[in-house]
Design a protein. Structure first.
Length: 159
């Protein structure tokens, strides 16, 4: 069974977001080993470009420690490729067929992902040209991962 991880910066505080994610995690247990790894936000010392770059870099190093060498990595970033749910289903399916046992979706902190993480990614994916709170992005991503597995298994969820 393929493993699907969401590796992200920050904790979700709102109960309604955690409840929604828990529901998709429960549904995903039929298809994969699903997990979410929350890493602490880096403490910010100021708002200068160099201090922000330091935060992005430190968060990136911690993210990289959670990625396995053979994992298929999808970096969630605004400059990434937009795709349909069917295309995402095919990407996940192809990762498994090509021998990848783990797919990691990476969500950075409020300043985004480090270049190191983006370079490591096998795919850069954008949900939308709109900006979402990171907590909501996790809910939407969890739902889309579930939808992808439903599409691949010809389930009734996707219409």
């Amino acid at each position: 069974m393929i493993r699907v991880n969401i590796i992200c910066i920050g904790k979700i505080k709102e109960k309604y977001f955690t409840q929604a994610i828990d529901e998709y995690a429960k549904r995903l247990s039929t298809f994969c080993k699903f997990s979410i790894t929350e890493l602490a936000e880096e403490k910010q010392r100021g708002d200068s470009p160099s201090q922000i770059a330091e935060v992005i870099s430190a968060e990136g190093r911690r993210i990289m420690q959670k990625i396995g060498q053979s994992d298929f990595v999808i970096a969630m970033c605004i400059e990434g490729r937009m795709m349909s749910s069917e295309e995402l289903a095919q990407i996940i399916e192809n990762a498994g067929i090509s021998g990848k046992s783990t797919v990691d979706f990476i969500i950075g902190g409020s300043y985004g992902l480090s270049d190191e993480v983006k370079r490591r990614a096998d795919l850069r994916l954008s949900m939308s040209r709109m900006t979402f709170p990171h907590q909501m992005a996790r809910v939407v991503l969890s739902e889309q991962i579930y939808r992808a597995f439903e599409i691949s298994s010809n389930g009734k969820y996707h219409k």
